[in-house]
Design a protein around this ligand. Sequence first.
Ligand code: C5P
Length: 235
Amino acid sequence: MQDNNIFIALDFPDAESVNSFLKPFNLLEKKPALKVGMELFYSEGPYFVKQLRDAGYNIFLDLKLYDIPNTVAKSVSSINKLDVQYLTLHASGGKRMLEAAVQNKSKQLKLLAVTQLTSFSEQEMQKTQLTQVSMNDSVKHLAKIAYQVGVNGTISSANEAAMIKMATEESFLRITPGIRLLGDDVSDQRRVMTPRKARENDSSGLVVGRSITQAVDPLQAYQRVLREWQEGDVQ
Ligand code: C5P
């Protein structure tokens, strides 16, 4: 895992916007880890990911794979070639899909299973998935399946990190998006938390997008996230 465990979500439409966003970060001694999601990946492709790797960034490839086991296995083999550090897939793809990914990943690649999207409220989840099961029970169930088959961790709301730790073990990663600095716009997210609160709640890493990318001064916002996150260490 990257030293500070903060992943900046590069939710930008093209390489040009990314390069201009990253300019002030190039001055930092320690480069931040970057999350490349679907928007950027589908626009610029795997070669741009390689360029970011060559520039010294650790990459979290957030492609949220969800398909039949054979297709996921083959996709993971292709992704191994990109030399990225993290890859996401949906835990709801089930045990056999997750196992296929685990069996085909390179040694250095860590797999993170998305439990329930942080944009889902409990009610929305229940309506969509035609279930009465609570958000907590659903997240716990999916996290346990991922843990049992050898996935390296989960993506969930920080609200669920402590519960996932209890249901699995400390070394099973709990990476949490839906992070907002105090005063930021929540936007489409529904289950949000500040970096400090996420740390107190047993998150082991944060994905932060708009609180940094849309800030007036992104570098300053990143440093604020880092400070809140690291101060949690000594509390
Ligand atoms: O801008 P914001 O901080 O809300 O961005 C959160 C990022 O984390 C986005 O790139 C989104 O795709 C991702 N994500 C999420 N919830 C999940 C999994 C990933 O918000 N459960």
